[in-house]
Write a protein that binds this ligand. Structure first.
Ligand SMILES: Cc1ncc(COP(=O)(O)O)c(C=O)c1O
Length: 400
């Protein structure tokens, strides 16, 4: 009998973390590697947020807090939802966790029974299917198409819903494609959901503030107020506020669901770091102007990467609306061979050869459930991006 649980055997470790670790290992061994695999901004956390954390330490705010967040942070989150999304929540409808990841995980743990299905449009953030498996549910992946800019169509959603569907996971702008749904595109999906009362919506709005070219972010409970009682709206400070290491995420939804999530958290980690919570209060209540300045930088980098990758024969690179990722297709390169003799028969083979032969770390599409593609994170300097894209161009040109 295995010592490890049967549930765990169905789960794979995060491939994005694995790729980042492999690149770090090669760097440590003296290899010249440019990492485009990590999903975090290269910007530093704004000074006012750091100062709030220092104040919290000096003031002794270093003890246990309520398991799912301090009142001040819940208030700041309610104010944020009203200000940015026109959504009105009470503090009892808000849960704060150790990163967005924990709030999503809590919700799945609190609601899934064996056989319950969770619809996840592919390509997806790598953790969704595995978190569903850990919680005992069944992930149902629905592949989107490059021709549809990687967006799920209402017909695809309708076809995926069964009597066992418990959640529909929605992520816009998306990790890994950067695709953002317009209000009309989202409305087409919420219209489908209105015909299926038993389906709840888990909206992962983590990249809300990272959007370009005038893209107007919207979230399901805002677009279709009748879904308010069936929607868990999830967000966090990790990406927009460059706070990945602080580990604060949050969600708002029906009070009974939030209470169930609190129960999961109170028997696992208890409260998120007290100091980080005070920093998050400042992030949400403090000045927001830097978001625009950061976005101007991200947009420039997106354009740089899209234009350099689009020059490559065999690669198709759509222009995404947001986040800091692009998800080019390598369909035109499949079947070729690298200078070192690797046959590019999959996106995994492509990413591995690119890392070993050209020193560029990206994440292969199979990890996100849609091939043959790869994900580039452009949250790094213009110089590193230019050099990395030049290497990718050279590597692809040398394929025979
Ligand atoms: C779509 C998406 N949701 C949630 C998260 C989790 O964020 P956090 O670092 O706050 O746990 C990530 C992080 O990569 C993400 O890309």
């Amino acid at each position: 009998m295995s010592f490890l649980s049967a549930t765990l055997s169905r789960v794979k470790p995060s491939p994005t973390i694995a790729m980042t670790a492999k690149a770090a290992e090669m760097k440590a061994a003296g290899r010249d590697v440019i990492g485009l695999s990590a999903g975090e901004p290269d910007f530093d956390t704004p000074e006012n947020i750091k100062a709030a954390a220092v104040r919290a330490i000096a003031d002794g705010k270093t003890k246990y807090t309520a398991p799912d967040g301090i009142a001040e942070l819940k208030q700041a989150i309610c104010a944020k939802f009203l200000r940015d999304n026109g959504l009105s929540y009470e503090p009892a409808q808000v849960s704060v966790g150790t990163g967005g990841k924990q709030t999503l995980y809590n919700a799945l743990m609190a609601t899934l029974n064996p056989g319950d299905e969770v619809i996840i449009p592919a390509p997806y953030w790598v953790s969704y299917p595995d978190m569903v498996l850990l919680a005992g549910g069944t992930p149902v992946s629905v592949e989107t198409r490059l021709e549809n800019a990687f967006k799920l169509t209402p017909e695809q959603l309708e076809a995926a819903i069964t009597p066992r569907t418990k959640w529909f996971v929605f992520n816009s702008p998306s990790n890994p494609t950067g695709a953002g749904y317009s209000r009309d595109e989202l409305r087409a999906l919420t219209d489908v959901l209105m015909r299926h009362d038993h389906v709840r919506v888990m909206s992962d709005d983590m990249y809300e503030h990272l959007a370009y070219d005038g893209f107007r972010f919207c979230t399901p409970a805002q677009v279709e107020p009748a879904l308010y009682d069936r929607t868990l709206t999830c967000n966090g400070v990790s990406k927009a506020y460059a706070m990945t290491g602080w580990r604060i995420g949050y969600a708002a939804g029906p009070a009974d669901l939030i209470a169930a999530m609190r129960k999961v958290q109170s028997q696992s980690t208890s409260n998120p770091c007290s100091i980080s919570q005070w920093a998050a209060v400042e992030a949400l209540n403090g000045p927001q102007e830097f978001l625009e300045a950061n976005n101007a930088v991200f947009r420039r980098r997106r354009d740089l990467v899209v234009s350099m990758l689009s020059e490559i024969d065999g690669i198709t690179c759509p222009v995404p609306e947001g986040a800091f990722y692009v998800y080019p297709s390598i369909a035109g390169l499949i079947g070729r061979t690298s200078p070192a003799g690797t046959r590019i028969d999959s996106d995994e083979a492509f990413a591995t050869a690119l890392l070993e032969e050209a020193g560029v770390a990206v994440v292969f599409g199979a990890a996100f459930g849609l091939s043959p593609n790869f994900r580039v994170s452009y949250a790094t300097s213009d110089a590193a991006l230019t050099e990395a894209c030049t290497r990718i161009q050279r590597f692809c040109a040398a394929l025979t």
